[in-house]
Design a protein around this ligand. Structure first.
Ligand code: HAM
Length: 438
């Protein structure tokens, strides 16, 4: 055993955060909207494991991406298997789609998820090593209307949260037209390599597209007039992109054609997009979410050729934005009734009353560890309950209980055996009175 004086209090792992009670109302509000949208758009929830075979991510996200090269939490388990904590969730969902034969279901299969992801990134504002994502994936259809619908889903998510966002959209082409564009881009970058940052110097040969979304000011200046993929799309990809944009116009979605949106994951083709806050448009750090089409991924992971499109949104960044834009969110559901007691026998009886109130679906609070009435009433006040039921020695003898209206402070004596129906009646009347006429 370590001597007490040598014990140091444990601290969070760097880059990971507690979500404290004061923040929960934001998270609850976000979760409510996610569930509402899932129902409206008919997406079914899927939960995949936090850990998967490392190979799943190197094959999907791409073994030469920053995420796989530098940011994965990878380890060998006790059976000598290479395992990684998921840096994102699309790969796991696609694995599940193949493994559970979802290709035999009516297509597209629409799935959504919510859970923590892990990236060993440099911790900074908006960048954590554990963060939560919500995501929607529509697997099994290649039509551009699905691209627009997916973009609309994310757009609605932010709109429902009263957050103003802009969609930054681009097309990454396909296996046919992308290599042609790469040649043109490499040609453009050829004479400029030495002026780029160290990261980009490496990227030029390995991942020239990533040079376009480098955050270094100097690199941004150099690539400001770089050739754009949209000018080098094949006919099919151009038609797909134009149709997607037309659907977005129809949905009145505010978007910005942005050739610098290239995404940091390898599986994308054709449409790709990010959502940026309208306040800080353009700052890459502020991408609240992103996604795109990934028509080759199912096949790459061992399934039949299957087109797909999806998106994911970071929840910490969303909550940060809610706070930043000072959006008011509903308080976590409160209580209507407080049960206060004075004395040992009253406490026992109140324990039972409390259980009965719960069984009657009354939103009831208590503080049975307190003895005096004052701290109990203070808590009742803080919880903003409508009535406090007070049981003292006198009421015990009389078989009654006090009902205190917390708004006016008026107290009435009620028969103990009738207090539950009485309370339910009063709450119902108040509910009718407080509901605004439509
Ligand atoms: P992603 O752009 O890598 O895409 O991540 C989506 C969102 O997750 C980001 O926009 C951001 O809000 C959040 N995020 C990413 N990294 C961090 C971090 N270190 N700290 C805090 N938040 C972070 C994907 O993950 C794709 N799977 C999206 C997708 C779904 N594409 C198709 N389907």
């Amino acid at each position: 055993m370590v001597a007490n004086k040598d014990k140091k209090a444990f601290q969070l792992i760097k880059g990971m955060k507690d979500i404290m009670p004061a923040d929960q109302k934001y998270w609850q509000h976000v979760r409510n909207i996610i569930n509402k949208l899932a129902h409206q758009f008919n997406y079914q929830r899927i939960d995949t494991p936090i850990a998967e075979a490392t190979k799943l991510f190197s094959r999907s996200v791409g073994d030469q991406t920053d995420i796989v090269e530098k940011e994965m939490y990878s380890f060998k388990d006790r059976g000598d298997n290479n395992i990684s904590l998921r840096p994102e969730m699309t790969a796991g969902v696609v694995r599940a789609y193949i493994e559970h034969g979802m290709v035999n279901l009516p297509q597209p299969v629409k799935l959504f998820y919510l859970g923590p992801c892990f990236r060993y990134d440099k911790p900074q504002s908006g960048r954590q090593r554990q963060f939560w994502q919500v995501g929607w994936e529509a697997i099994g259809e290649g039509s551009p209307i699905l691209d627009a619908q997916i973009i609309n889903l994310g757009y609605k998510f932010f709109k429902d949260l009263s957050l103003n966002v802009v969609v930054q959209i681009n097309s990454l082409g396909c296996q046919e037209c992308r290599p042609v564009y790469y040649e043109v881009l490499l040609d453009f970058l050829k004479g400029k390599k030495n002026s780029l940052c160290d990261d980009c110097k490496r990227r030029v040969n390995k991942k020239p597209l990533r040079v376009l979304d480098c955050k270094e000011e100097n690199c941004q200046e150099i690539t400001a007039d770089a050739p754009q993929q949209v000018d080098h799309l094949c006919d099919d990809c151009r038609d797909h992109f134009v149709a997607t944009l037309e659907y977005l116009d129809e949905l009145e979605i505010v978007y910005n054609l942005n050739p610098k949106i290239v995404r940091g994951l390898d599986y994308y083709n054709r449409t790709c997009f990010e959502y940026t806050s309208q306040d800080n448009e353009g700052t890459k750090l502020n991408a609240l979410g992103g996604g795109g089409r990934y028509d080759g991924l199912v096949e790459e992971l061992g399934g039949r050729p299957t087109p797909a499109v999806g998106l994911a949104i970071g929840l910490e960044r969303t909550v940060r934005e809610l706070r930043h834009q000072d959006v008011k969110v509903p308080d976590v559901e409160g209580y209507d009734i407080f049960v206060a007691q004075l004395g040992k026998e009253a406490r026992k009886k109140c324990l039972n009353l409390y259980e009965n109130l719960l069984a009657n679906d009354v939103r009831v609070a208590e503080s049975f560890t307190k003895d005096g009435l004052k701290p109990q009433l203070e808590l009742a006040d803080k919880l903003a309950v409508k009535y406090t039921l007070i049981l003292g020695q006198k009421e015990m003898i009389d078989g009654t209980i006090l009902v205190r209206d917390m708004e006016g402070g008026i107290q009435e004596v009620v028969d103990f055996n009738k207090v539950i129906p009485e309370i339910k009646k009063r709450l119902k009347t108040r509910l009718v009175e407080e509901t605004p006429v439509q």
